[in-house]
Ligand binder design. Sequence first.
Ligand code: NAP
Length: 250
Amino acid sequence: MRVLLLGGTADARELHTALRAAGIDVVESLAGRTAQARAAEGALVGGFGGAEGLASYLADPANQITAVVDATHPFAARMSQHAAEASAATSTPLLRLARTGWASHQHAADWVWVPDHGAAAETANHLGGRVLLTVGRQPLPAYHLLPDVVARVAEWQGAWTPQGWRIIEARGPFTLDAELDLLRSAQIATLVSKDSGGELTAAKLDAAHQLGVRVVMVARPAAPAGVPAVDTPAAVIAWLTSAPGPRPHR
Ligand code: NAP
């Protein structure tokens, strides 16, 4: 068995370690958006060239791939779509690993849920006050009209900084105390987040609740239909080793 792991997340790194510990051969693939990803040893870096490129990779007997696990970020919708198409085209079993979203978070009903970053920017603008953006680096152009912003990103990399914006480079996990400090010291009125889910970056939501900071939450993009999904590395290993549905062995 040889698994292609589509990564770029903490969940994928955890799964990679768990697969190796279980004696399962794995090749991890990264988009290469960050310096950390580009420096990853032994990974495929830089993409496949669309769904067709991925299908060619899966169909190439030299690569010996018997199953694909899509552990990309819940907002990496294009890669997930490509994985679904390539899996269908090559009859390679595909499983989605995605952490549980925040729709069931205890404060979720207090947040303004929006369908995309454009709507989040409009909502934050309407609410007024200083905005903390925790949506990653790539969607930031959608927020360019906001005048008073603190944007927290893992890696900035850019020369583009709108006037009135402050950029903080920091990589989670973040503690509740640190999030309370940031929201207080930066005098944040509105927090904009996307529904990444999981625990690693959830403290900001509790901190916002404690301080009465409004939360605008971008909902997850739709997942490709028909792809089975689990939310833990252990469930991935169980699927790979005993899947009653799509067979991981060819
Ligand atoms: P995306 O829009 O879904 O994908 C764009 C292109 O990037 C894909 O068509 C593919 O290129 C390449 N790509 C993405 N993930 C890849 C992977 N694991 N291995 C090889 N190629 C990959 O992706 P994105 O939102 O830019 O995210 C890029 C990476 O950052 C992903 O690995 C994702 O897990 C990670 N990430 C994303 C977010 C987010 O909010 N989007 C947050 C944290 C981490 P080809 O068509 O050439 O194959």
